[in-house]
Design a protein around this ligand. Structure first.
Ligand code: GCV
Length: 656
C-alpha cells in the first residue's frame, strides 16, 4: 500500500496465515506472477516461504496452481479449494481464478489450514462485476473532479490529465480483486469535452491506467459520447444508421484495441439529462447501442447502454407524466432488438438511488436482452459518506427480489452487476472509513448475489481489523447492521423519496424538488401525501409489474408500508400495517432515527483504543455531522408535516 494510504480490507495482518506458511506456486503468466508477488510479500513480513514449481521440496502447507481439469466448470475465474492431509490446495484454470483463490484463503485466514475439507468449487455468479467512476478528467465547475464523489479527487485524473504516478491505482486494483471486482469504467458517464478525447488522441492515458489495473485481473472500460463522430471526428452527423458514422466508430475502436488489447468496452449515457443520443436522428436506443456493439464485438468488447432515460424537463403541473415509468416505457418495446454485444444497464430502482425504492419493473421485463443492474456505492442520496449507511441489506433485498418469471434479480442480471464507485484520493479511500464496507460488500455480492450481507460484513471486519476482539466486532456490527434503516427513518418517509436540497442533494429540503422539472414529487397537501401510481386512479406505474407485485402495489391495503407513499397518495390518518397512522409514523421514525444515530455515536466512542487513532478520529468527527444532519432532517420533516396536517404528535414531543 502506498505510504500514508489506509490498507482498508487488506490490513497487513490479514495475510498472516498465508505469510507464515510454506507455499508452492505452480504455473506461469502475468496473474500467477501477481499471486507470487502477494505471497512473497506476505512471507517476507511473516516469516513463511514461497517456492515456484518445485516437486521435491514438500510437503507444503499451501499449494496454489494452475491446472487443466474442469475448465468448463471453473471458467477463467473459478477455482477449487481443498484442505486435505495437511495441505491446503487452490487450483484454477486461469490466472484470475488463482488470484481469487488466494484471496479466498486470505479471507478464511487460519481456518483455511485447519480440519479436512474435500474439494469445493467456487466461481462467480456474474461474469461482469464492475465499478463505474463518475470521474471528470478536468475539474467541472459545478460537479468538481468526481461527480457525486465524497472522497476527494479522482484516483485516475488530476489537472486535466491521467496521473503520472499510478501506484495508488494499482493498490486500488489489488483491493478490488480481493473482493472480486473485475472491471472499471474510468470516466464520467456525463462526457465533457476533455473526457471525450480519451477515446481518440488521449487513449494512451487510458492505456496507462489499464496497465496499472491489469495485474489484478481488472479490465478497463470507457464512457463515450454518442456525438463523438461529430465532436471528435468532424462529421456532420452521429446518426447510427449512417455508413460513414459506422465506419468512424469501427476505426476509432480499432485504435482503442491497438492501445488496450483487453479493453472491456464502452459505457453510454444517451438521451439522458442532456447527453446526446439517437433520438436526435429519429432512431431507437437499440439502433444506437447496436452501432457501438458492432464496433466492439470483433474484439470481444461490450457496450453498456444505460436505461436511465427520462424527461428531465417535465412540467410539474402535468400529472400524467411519471418519471418512474420512463425506463420501462422506453426500453421494454425494444426487447430482443439489442445486439449480442450490447448490455442494457438498468438502475435498480425506477427513480434514482433513493434510500427506498421498489425494484425497477424493467428488470425482469426484458427476457431477450442482456441486462446489467446498476447500484450506487457512492452515497449520493444516503448521507454522502458523512453519514454511516451500510447498504448491504438494501442491495441484498434488491438482488433477491423475484419478478414474474421467478428468477431473482441477481440471476436476471446476466450482463453483470455494476456500481458507481465511492472512492477518491482520500487517504481512507472513501472519506468515511466505514463506507469502505459498502465497496467491499458490493464486490462480494456481485460475486455471489445471494450471499448473506451479515456474513459479508463479518469478512470485511476480519480483513480490515484482523486482530479484532469480540467487543470490536460486535461494536462494528452494531453501528453498521441497522444503519440503512436508521438513515431511512430520519429522511424522506415511506418510499416517497427525494426531499433533498436540489443540486448537491445533501440535507433536507422537503419542497426542494416539488415544483422542479426533474419529476420527483411528493404532492403533500393539508390532507395527505404520496404519489398515486396505481392503474385505477394514478399514473399506471404499478401495472408495469407482473404478478404478484402489480396486484400488491396497486392497492394501499396490500402495498408494503415502506413503499406506501411511492405508490399511493393517502390521508395523514391512513393506518399502516404497523398499526400507526402515516403522520404518527413520520413523527416516530424521525425521533427514533436521531436517537439511533446518538446511540451509534456512543458505541463508536466506546471503541476508542480498539481502533487505530486516525480512523477512530475520522469516524468520530463524521458522527458529529451525522447527528447534526439527522436532527436537521427530523426537525424540518416533522415541522413541515405538523404545519401541513395540523395533526399533533400523539406523544406530545416538541416539534419546531
Ligand atoms: C452522472 C443522477 C445524478 C447525476 C448522474 C445521473 C446518472 O441524476 O444526480 O449526477 O450523472 O444520476 O446516473 O447519470
Amino acid at each position: 500500500m502506498p505510504e500514508g494510504v489506509d490498507p482498508a480490507w487488506l490490513a497487513p495482518a490479514a495475510l498472516r496465515a498465508v505469510g507464515s506458511r510454506r507455499t508452492l506456486i505452480r504455473g506461469s503468466g502475468p496473474l500467477v506472477e501477481t499471486v507470487h508477488g502477494e505471497v512473497a510479500e506476505a512471507c517476507r513480513r511473516f516469516g513463511g516461504r514461497v517456492v515456484r514449481d518445485a516437486s521435491d521440496d514438500g510437503p507444503y502447507d499451501l499449494a496454489l496452481g494452475l491446472g487443466t481439469e474442469g475448465p468448463e466448470l471453473l471458467g477463467e475465474e473459478g477455482f477449487t479449494f481443498a484442505c486435505e492431509g495437511g495441505t491446503t490446495t487452490v487450483t484454477a484454470c486461469g490466472g484470475r481464478g488463482l488470484l481469487y483463490g488466494l484471496f479466498h484463503v486470505v479471507r478464511l485466514g487460519e481456518a483455511a489450514f485447519s480440519g479436512e475439507r474435500s474439494p469445493q468449487t467456487h466461481r462467480p455468479a456474474l461474469a461482469l462485476r464492475m465499478l463505474d467512476h463518475w470521474d471528470n478528467v478536468a475539474v467541472h465547475p459545478v460537479m468538481g473532479q468526481v461527480e457525486r464523489g465524497y472522497a476527494g479527487g479522482s484516483l485516475f485524473w488530476e489537472d486535466g490529465r491521467a496521473r503520472g504516478d499510478l501506484e495508488r491505482v494499482r493498490a486500488y486494483g489489488r483491493l478490488l480483486a480481493a473482493c472480486g471486482i473485475n472491471a472499471i469504467s474510468v470516466n464520467n458517464v456525463n462526457v465533457h469535452a476533455a473526457e471525450a478525447r480519451l477515446l481518440t488522441d488521449r487513449i494512451g492515458e487510458v492505456a496507462d491506467i489499464a496497465y496499472a489495473l491489469r495485474p489484478y485481473g481488472i479490465r478497463t472500460h470507457l464512457s463515450v459520447s454518442f456525438a463523438a463522430p461529430i465532436t471528435l471526428g468532424g462529421l456532420s452527423t452521429a446518426d447510427p444508421l449512417d455508413e460513414v458514422v459506422r465506419g468512424w466508430w469501427a476505426e476509432a475502436t480499432r485504435r482503442v484495441y491497438e492501445a488496450i488489447p483487453d479493453f472491456g468496452g464502452y459505457v453510454v449515457k444517451a438521451d439522458s439529462e442532456g447527453q446526446p443520443g439517437p433520438f436526435a436522428y429519429g432512431r431507437s436506443h437499440s439502433e444506437g447501442a447496436n452501432l457501438l456493439a458492432a464496433a466492439v464485438e470483433p474484439f470481444g468488447g461490450t457496450v453498456h447502454w444505460r436505461a436511465f432515460v427520462y424527461d428531465h424537463r417535465q412540467d410539474w403541473r402535468d400529472r400524467a407524466t411519471d418519471r418512474a415509468r420512463a425506463a420501462y416505457d422506453h426500453f421494454v418495446p425494444l426487447d430482443g432488438e439489442f445486439a449480442a454485444g450490447a448490455v442494457l444497464q438498468v438502475k435498480h430502482g425506477p427513480m434514482d438511488f433513493q434510500v427506498r425504492e421498489p425494484v425497477s419493473p424493467l428488470i425482469g421485463a426484458m427476457p431477450r436482452t442482456r441486462l446489467a443492474v446498476e447500484l450506487q456505492v457512492t452515497q449520493e442520496y444516503t448521507g454522502q459518506q458523512r453519514h454511516v449507511c451500510w447498504l448491504g441489506p438494501m442491495w441484498s433485498e434488491v438482488l433477491r427480489f423475484r419478478q414474474e418469471r421467478g428468477l431473482p434479480v441477481g440471476e436476471v442480471a446476466r450482463g453483470g452487476l455494476v456500481a458507481v464507485s465511492n472512492v477518491g484520493d482520500d487517504p481512507f479511500w472513501t472519506g468515511h472509513p466505514l463506507a469502505q464496507a459498502n465497496l467491499y460488500t458490493f464486490g462480494r455480492l456481485a460475486w455471489q448475489p445471494d450471499a448473506e450481507p451479515g456474513e459479508v460484513l463479518d469478512e470485511w471486519i476480519g480483513l480490515t481489523y484482523p486482530e479484532a476482539s469480540e467487543r470490536l466486532s460486535a461494536g462494528l456490527h452494531s453501528v453498521l447492521d441497522g444503519s440503512w434503516r436508521t438513515y431511512e427513518k430520519y429522511t424522506a418517509p415511506l418510499g416517497v423519496g427525494f426531499m433533498v436540497q436540489p443540486g448537491h442533494h445533501y440535507g433536507p429540503s422537503v419542497d426542494g424538488y416539488e415544483y422542479s422539472p426533474w419529476g420527483t414529487y411528493h404532492f403533500a397537501d393539508r390532507d395527505g401525501i404520496g404519489v398515486d401510481r396505481s392503474v385505477a386512479s394514478g399514473t399506471g406505474f404499478a401495472g408495469q409489474y407482473g404478478a404478484p407485485w402489480a396486484g400488491l402495489y396497486e392497492s394501499p391495503d396490500t402495498c408494503p408500508d415502506e413503499l406506501l407513499l411511492f405508490f399511493h397518495h393517502v390521508p395523514y390518518g391512513h393506518v399502516l400495517k404497523s398499526g400507526k397512522t402515516v403522520i404518527q409514523h413520520i413523527y416516530d421514525t424521525h425521533f427514533e432515527g436521531v436517537e439511533e444515530v446518538g446511540q451509534a455515536r456512543s458505541v463508536w466512542a466506546s471503541l476508542a483504543g480498539l481502533v487505530d487513532p486516525a480512523r477512530h478520529a475520522r469516524v468520530s468527527e463524521r458522527y458529529e455531522e451525522q447527528l447534526r444532519g439527522a436532527r436537521e432532517w427530523r426537525d424540518q420533516i416533522n415541522s413541515y408535516f405538523l404545519r401541513k396536517s395540523g395533526v399533533p404528535d400523539s406523544r406530545g414531543r416538541r416539534i419546531h
